[in-house]
Design a protein around this ligand. Structure first.
Ligand code: PHE
Length: 453
């Protein structure tokens, strides 16, 4: 990938590729359960504010860094300032942690797709199905292996382009299907409207520092920030394309899909549970428990369910591919091994690293709870709430005080005026590093039970 530095054809090519990496399980699976858990409208408001200020600035910075240096993360930082090489290294570690557990969830999606195809829709709609399923060690492990195996095959044979073409057609179709489900739920289910209100009206009594911690972690995850991916994308971007406009487009696209996914799931949870807080706080299983119930009430829901999970599977695959591709190209930059060998090593390593996340829910292993979390949540926490804020902090520090925002502003202005440059400088120098630090400290204290927020 980084040996011959190809570039994207045209403007829309870049936006679509970056959006393909950004839109994935983060939007459809992770965003809704966080929104439900951390106060509905309040979470949404915090997320949107962070996204247009902080997320925007960081994404612009990463893309510009990549385009300026024409290198992948490690090389980008090293070439500008040796003392900051560790930031690139740390950023490259994030996909290594995310890919394994991402694939465990990809495996759940695959299982649900197959379940809808093979007449299991009825039993999947039962409340206990999901928890029983993940508690049984063998099956989830098998589907996890299949998911990560498919991802590796695609990367190995270099057929990403084909998959991306298919997903470009499927993503708009997914949006239409989600819209349909939203309208259907609101129109037919008692109590769904209250759920819509919970989801869109900010209630300040639901605000806590954890709302901000969760929203910021989600922002990194969903927009593929603070893990070097946007630096890599930037290095492929042509000089005549506006980084500012592209960033706006990716942001709108990514946040729009997340918003819609929340609108599809949160009101339904409300309707099924009568606004019961414990149902809303359920966490990672939320989508898998709620959606089959919705499909059960829709005429022809089994077919719709299969189609839906197939599309989610594609979105998950394109993100999984970009995670694996990043790891493979980073490793290949460092050690001189062939692409095939490299893919196999990454596959083997990721499978091993994914075992605890997959088995962590089984009876035999569920007692292993680092920091009081199940293994999957733990890996999710370490990458999103610990390493990514650290990467973001040092990225801001480096750009704000060593490289200077001016250098990146010049890079942006190569392709036309940069309208938000004032906001950009202030964010990168003052607001972002302070916020990230605050959040890092509170999430660490919270995790270790020093303060409960
Ligand atoms: N942003 C992706 C999502 O929302 C996850 C991802 C992270 C994909 C990093 C690629 C790289 O699902």
């Amino acid at each position: 990938m980084s040996n011959e530095r190809s570039s994207f054809t045209g403007k829309i090519g870049f936006v679509l590729a970056a959006a393909g990496s950004a839109v994935g399980l983060g939007n459809i699976w992770r965003f809704p359960y966080l929104a439900a858990r951390y106060g509905g409208g309040m979470f949404l408001l915090v997320y949107v504010i962070l996204s247009v200020t902080f997320g925007f600035s960081l994404m612009v910075a990463e893309i510009a860094l990549g385009r300026k240096t024409q290198q992948s993360p490690i090389g980008a930082f090293r070439s500008l300032d040796k003392r900051f090489s560790f930031v690139g290294l740390l950023a490259s570690l994030v996909p290594v942690i995310i890919l394994p557990y991402y694939s465990v969830i990809g495996g759940w999606v695959l299982k649900y797709f197959v379940g809808f195809m093979t007449g299991e829709a009825g039993s999947m709609a039962e409340s206990t199905y999901f928890n029983d399923y993940i508690a049984g060690a063998g099956q989830p492990l098998l589907w996890f292996a299949v998911f990560i195996g498919i991802t590796a095959l695609i990367v190995l044979f270099g057929v990403q382009k084909g998959i991306e073409k298919v997903s470009k057609v499927m993503m708009p179709a997914l949006v239409v299907l989600m819209l349909f489900i939203v309208i259907y739920t609101i129109a037919t289910m008692d109590g769904a409207w209250d759920g819509v209100l919970y989801y869109i009206t900010p209630d300040f009594s639901h605000f806590s520092i954890m709302t901000v911690v969760a929203a910021m972690g989600q922002l990194f995850y969903s927009m593929s920030l603070a893990m070097g991916i946007m630096i890599t994308f930037g290095s492929y971007m042509k000089k005549d394309i506006s980084i500012e406009k592209s960033t706006h487009q990716i942001e709108i696209f990514d946040t729009g899909i997340a918003f819609l996914a929340g609108l599809m799931i949160v009101p339904a949870v409300y309707a099924f549970s009568g606004g019961d807080a414990s149902a809303l706080k359920q966490g990672p299983g939320l989508m898998f428990v709620t959606l089959p119930k919705i499909f059960e009430t829709i005429p022809g829901g089994t077919v719709l369910g299969a189609v839906f999970f197939f599309m989610v599977l594609l979105a998950a695959l394109t993100s999984g591919i970009s995670l694996m591709e990043t790891i493979v190209s980073t490793v290949m930059d460092k050690v001189k091994i062939g692409r095939k060998t490299c893919c196999l090593i990454v596959l083997g390593f990721s499978f091993l690293l994914g075992l605890p996340s997959s088995l962590g829910f089984s009876q035999a292993w569920s007692w292993v709870r680092p920091l009081g979390m199940n293994m999957l949540d733990f890996f999710d926490f370490v990458s999103n709430n610990l390493i990514m804020p650290v990467v973001a902090f040092f990225t801001c520090l480096f750009i704000g005080y060593f490289l200077k925002p001016k250098t990146l502003i010049e890079e942006l202005e190569v392709s036309g005026p940069f309208r938000a440059k004032g906001l950009f400088s202030v964010m990168i120098r003052y607001v972002a590093p302070l916020c990230v630090l605050l959040i890092l400290v509170s999430s660490v204290l919270n995790a270790f039970g020093v303060i409960v927020i």
